[in-house]
Write a protein that binds this ligand. Structure first.
Ligand code: NCD
Length: 305
């Protein structure tokens, strides 16, 4: 593995190795000094052209827990505002002696361009509505910790799948690890050709709610046009939101997940978001360990952590 751009072509053994490594790092993060020297001397750059809370901070935390240095680039305060191109910006950052770049960009495919231009590993931190592979790793890690394995689990991914890079990455990782994925949403929020993916489709959350092990809720991506395709957010909440009533009909061991940022009262009710069977903060915690596994694999795999 030279880069991590997508989950689409990751095979089962690579995914399992990354999750096993992440488990080990999750243990490191519970120690009094949550740090190992594995990537001492390496520098990780984050280059985020879109807002982020979880992804950027957890990559920085992951790099630091591996003893790497971090530098961070933000377009608003950079020479991008003076007209510098993506390529020149990336070459500039590389020329400072950076060893790996995590990039988030509004344009689908931007991380692949960086991987062509630069001779260092590139990690996709989210490109347009396309891919967000480390989110899928942390989601699978969270599910595996809870259920032991993804094999045979039924996972409903609910909501704005059309605009969701999280869904695109999760679908491939979850099904490769043996889960069955059902996409649930109004037809206008589903992609035009879901049959191209290894999934089934439902437009009725109530008809699947009692049979699933995981309900994975997505935010309606208003910034990508998500809210323009149904009458109102209130109607969306009524038909596709995780209300207390729907939550009460889940199997007793079933869990609720969300990649964040949540819009409480829309895709998830206030109370459900705080329930102990909502794994949202465990996902965030696991994000650090999953990203440590990725950085370690790309930058230091030959050493023993
Ligand atoms: C998501 C993203 O930015 O792709 N958040 C995240 O990384 N945890 C999902 C979203 O914005 O809804």
């Amino acid at each position: 593995m030279n880069h991590l751009l997508s989950t689409e072509h990751l095979d089962r053994s690579t995914l399992e190795e990354l999750l096993d490594e992440a488990e080990g790092f999750a243990e490191v993060l519970t120690r009094p000094i949550p740090k190992v020297p594995a990537l001492r001397g390496k520098t990780v750059a984050t280059m985020f052209f879109e807002p982020s809370t979880r992804t950027r901070l957890s990559f920085e935390k992951a790099a630091k827990a591996l003893s790497a240095d971090t530098v961070s680039f933000s377009p608003g305060t950079s020479a991008i505002s003076k007209g510098e191109s993506l390529k020149d910006t990336a070459l500039t950052i590389r020329a400072m002696g950076v060893d790996l770049i995590v990039v988030r960009h509004t344009a689908t495919g931007a991380p692949w361009r960086l991987a062509e231009w630069l001779d260092i590993p590139i990690v996709n931190g989210g490109d347009g509505a396309h891919q967000h592979p480390t989110q899928a790793l942390l989601d699978c890690l969270t599910i595996r910790q809870r259920f032991g394995s993804l094999d045979g689990l039924k996972i409903a991914i609910v909501g704005d799948i059309k605009h969701s890079r999280v869904a695109r990455s999760d679908i491939f990782a979850m099904t490769t690890l043996g889960a069955e994925v059902i996409l649930v949403g109004p037809p206008t929020l589903l992609p035009l050709d879901p049959e191209a993916w290894p999934v089934s489709v439902s437009h009725d959350l109530d008809s699947v709610i009692e049979e699933v092990d995981v309900v994975y809720l997505l935010r309606v991506q208003t910034e990508r046009g998500g809210a323009s395709v149904f009458p109102s957010l209130a109607e969306y909440a009524t038909r596709f939101g995780m209300t207390p009533e729907r939550f009460s009909r889940l199997k007793p061991e079933a869990v609720v997940m969300h990649p964040g940022p949540m819009n409480r009262g829309v895709e998830i009710s206030y109370d459900v978001a705080d329930d102990e069977r909502a794994l949202i903060l465990e996902q965030v915690t696991n994000g650090v360990a999953a990203r440590m596994a990725v950085l370690f694999r790309l930058l230091g795999g030959e050493h023993d952590a």
